[in-house]
Design a protein around this ligand. Structure first.
Ligand SMILES: *Cc1c(COP(=O)(O)O)cnc(C)c1O
Length: 506
């Protein structure tokens, strides 16, 4: 039997909230969210069709192809390889792309060797290429305009991913007084003729609401269309971000195998510092693809909504919001969890919709006993501020290895898990940011004297006490000229977009 309009080999994507809504991978990449607000999920999760021995002979890009070809089935081999080649190149400061470092008895998977020295580069360096390829395949003639609201990090990673990618423009809105000095400098020095950065006079919520309004503004969308533009987003729920994240889990297992750290088929545990649940969901997909993973350990900071969920089966976002030293994990609604809910409900979109409706109306939902039983692969843990600082101190003292604050949450959770359970399965701890991205917080943990005020002086101090190199991204920031000076009031956002795109001048 042949599915309507598609060839036999195509993997279809369904919405978590409406199973009859099915699209091809490239269409899911273009759309981002499904019409009724659901997330796209693959109809079945494909299984790796290469052996460990075959994979062990491949580099990062080749493994990326082997994983992504199974999910993005309507992209041709040439298209996919081209996207991969453009993404994982000299933007990364190591040919390994995602090095695995043995530290004591654990392994750190370093996902911070890209342009913005944090893990979002892994997906945001390929998404622009997947998106422009999808537009071409679906005969979309308009130029893609990415609109993003950022509280700091995602904006910069998206800007560097889209910079100078033909057929795209990117406009990033950030709260003018609501991001760190370094974050602002990273954005306003962004190169690329197709990049635009705007500081708004409001907070992050204002920026996000403003962007959402523009996506839903019919009149604006029509004007854009007439001028040859189409809005799109680089949101973390896009499968074009999720699928590339599965790659490094396969790669880390292959690396352990290749380096004789594990026997054939030996199981490993994975620990992920979690916020929006995208990164750890990719690890779950890797497990479903056949990678021998035992436990998926989900590490939270004081915003421990996920920890409570894994323990009680009840998700409750009605609680105090904590600002922590691991800001990229300060999240109370983890959007990608919806996909896991759908899978543990045996791919039932009705069961999922009901939960998501309760979440948006009351901020709470509960899952059934059966669903809870399907969550056995996951372990929830959390670390407070002092435990996080202790983890940085411990790895530095014992192994002279410096963790950033997010990775330290994961390390702290893991070491307590191992003490309590005596589970000595080999374990990969996912390292999501360079310590040079959160230099001040890291120095507070491992340096006893006074701290210099200047960011670059802090980096130099970290370099001298940790014996590591200052990343290129930090060096460049020092000299980079400021090229973006746009500012506006919240209600001026749409007119500024029109001005940037020169819509009324056409
Ligand atoms: C985004 C981010 C996270 C959280 O990842 P999710 O996929 O949202 O769970 C963790 N650490 C860092 C440094 C990040 O930037």
């Amino acid at each position: 039997m042949i599915a309507k309009g598609n060839d036999l080999m195509s993997l279809m994507y369904k919405s978590t909230r409406n199973s009859s809504n099915k699209v091809l991978a490239s269409q899911a990449v273009l759309q981002g969210l499904s019409n009724e607000g659901g997330l796209f999920v693959p109809e079945t999760i494909p299984v790796l069709d290469k052996t460990m021995e075959q994979l062990a002979a491949m580099d990062y890009r080749e493994i990326a192809y082997e994983v992504m070809k199974l999910f993005l089935t309507d992209y041709t081999e040439e298209e996919l390889k081209d996207c991969i080649k453009k993404a994982y190149d000299s933007k990364f400061d190591t040919a390994e792309i995602a090095p695995l470092k043995k530290v004591g008895e654990s392994y750190y998977l370093e996902l911070f060797h890209g342009a913005t020295i944090a893990f979002k580069d892994m997906a945001l360096s390929i998404l622009p290429h997947l998106l422009t390829t999808a537009a071409r395949k679906n005969n979309i003639k308009e130029e893609i305009v990415i609109l993003t609201a950022t509280s700091g990090d995602t904006g910069k990673a998206a800007l560097s991913g889209f910079a100078d990618v033909e057929g795209t423009k990117i406009i990033v809105f950030y709260p003018k007084s609501g991001v760190s000095r370094v974050q602002e400098k990273q954005m306003v020095t962004q190169k690329g003729d197709n990049t635009y950065v705007v500081g708004i006079h409001g907070n992050f919520d204002d920026a996000q609401t403003g962007v959402k309004k523009m996506f839903n503004d019919r009149e604006l969308n029509q004007k854009l269309k007439e001028a040859g533009y189409l809005f799109s987003s680089a949101n973390s729920i896009n499968i074009g971000r999720l699928v590339p994240q599965i790659v490094y889990y396969v790669y880390s297992y292959v690396t352990l195998f290749k380096n004789n750290q594990i026997a054939k088929d030996e199981k490993i545990n994975i620990v992920v510092p979690t916020g929006n649940f995208g990164n750890i969901l990719a690890a779950y997909y890797a497990k479903c693809m056949g990678v021998p993973i035992e436990k998926l350990i989900c590490a939270s900071n004081e915003n421990k909504v996920l920890f409570d969920f894994f323990h009680s089966g009840r998700y409750d976002k009605n609680r105090e919001f904590h600002l922590t030293e691991s800001p990229s994990m300060d999240i109370l609604v983890s959007s990608n969890l919806e996909r896991l809910i759908y899978h543990v409900a045996n791919n039932d979109s009705e069961v999922t919709s009901k939960r998501m409706k309760a979440l948006s109306e009351k901020g709470v939902y509960e899952i059934s006993e059966d669903m809870k039983n399907n969550l056995k692969d996951f372990v929830g843990g959390w670390a407070d501020a002092s435990q996080t600082m202790e983890a940085i101190q411990k790895e530095y003292r014992e192994h002279n290895y410096v963790l950033d604050t997010h990775t330290a949450v994961a390390a702290s959770v893991y070491y307590r898990y191992r003490d309590e359970t005596k589970d000595d399965t080999k374990t990969v701890i996912v390292s999501t940011a360079s310590p040079y991205k959160f230099t001040e917080s890291v120095l507070k943990a491992i340096h006893t004297g006074d701290l210099p005020e200047d960011d670059y002086e802090q980096a130099k101090l970290l370099k001298s006490i940790s014996n590591t190199q200052i990343p290129k991204a930090v060096e460049e920031l020092r000299e980079a000229p400021i090229v973006h000076t746009n500012e506006c009031e919240v209600d001026e956002m749409p007119s500024l977009v029109e001005k940037i795109l020169k819509i009324n001048e056409l």
